[in-house]
Design a protein around this ligand. Structure first.
Ligand code: ADP
Length: 226
């Protein structure tokens, strides 16, 4: 059981059965082995977000299966899906979505408290993660007192707070200037490598894609190895 994620024959359409029906995913297969970092490259509108939402258990396919850590979660109830999302998945978006009224540390502590971790242990883990991304001196800062690159590094720590097995990221450095994007992406890759995480990272940046283990391209509803 070394595959972290298996997507099998996924299909998804919007406005099904109506005149404006759009078939976005037309039979997607993807297997991500443990420790592998996969770049997802797709032209705008190709269905990248739809695919990430389905893999992240935030949406359901019309057909096909989502198997996470060997467990088929396609037909699972809301409770099990929420639990799997919390324990096994980490999410990073283009915009950090940090809670503005909380410090960097609190932003990394809160998801752990929601998962039943004691506050002391949660704080220790937050400090450790923030230290790894070079933010030891910034843990008490609120997001508004941090640069864009720093905010995104906090978002990485938050995504990893509950030690997920799979990281899903949608243009994680897309909102940063090219130089900062490059550095912050390097930090993310180090963090992923150190923790042995698997990842599916959507990006338009082909240079960043080339730094991952494997590149897949989503186009016309199909996924191909690039
Ligand atoms: P991407 O993230 O690659 O830009 P999306 O997954 O957001 O693409 O969308 C893929 C296609 O599906 C687009 O044509 C989009 O307009 C359409 N789409 C996305 N969400 C919906 C929705 N809720 N209802 C109808 N059409 C949608």
């Amino acid at each position: 059981m070394s595959d972290v994620l298996r997507l099998e024959r996924l299909e998804k359409s919007y406005n099904r059965g109506k005149p404006g029906e759009i078939a976005v995913l037309k039979g997607i297969d993807l297997v991500i082995p443990r420790g592998q970092v996969v770049a997802l490259v797709a032209p705008s509108g190709a269905g990248k977000s739809t695919l990430l939402h389905i893999a992240g258990l935030l949406d359901t396919p019309d057909a096909g299966r989502v198997v996470l850590g060997g467990e088929d979660l396609s037909g699972a109830g809301d409770r099990r899906r929420t639990e799997a999302r919390r324990n096994e998945l980490g999410f990073v978006y283009q915009f950090h979505h940090l809670l503005p009224e909380f410090s960097a540390e609190e932003n990394v502590v809160l998801p752990q408290l929601a998962n039943g971790v004691a506050r002391g242990a949660a704080r220790a883990r937050a400090q450790e993660l923030l230290g790894r991304v070079g933010l030891s001196g910034r843990t008490a800062h609120r997001p508004s007192a941090m640069s864009g690159g720093e905010q995104q590094r906090v978002a990485f720590c938050r995504a990893l707070a509950n030690a997920p097995s799979l990281l899903l990221a949608d243009e994680p450095t897309g909102n940063l200037d090219p130089g900062t994007s490059d550095t912050v992406f390097g930090v993310l890759m180090e963090l992923v490598r150190e923790t042995g995480l698997s990842a599916l990272i959507a990006t338009h940046n082909l240079e960043l894609a080339a730094r991952m283990d494997r590149v897949v391209r989503l186009e016309a509803g199909q996924l191909t190895e690039a």
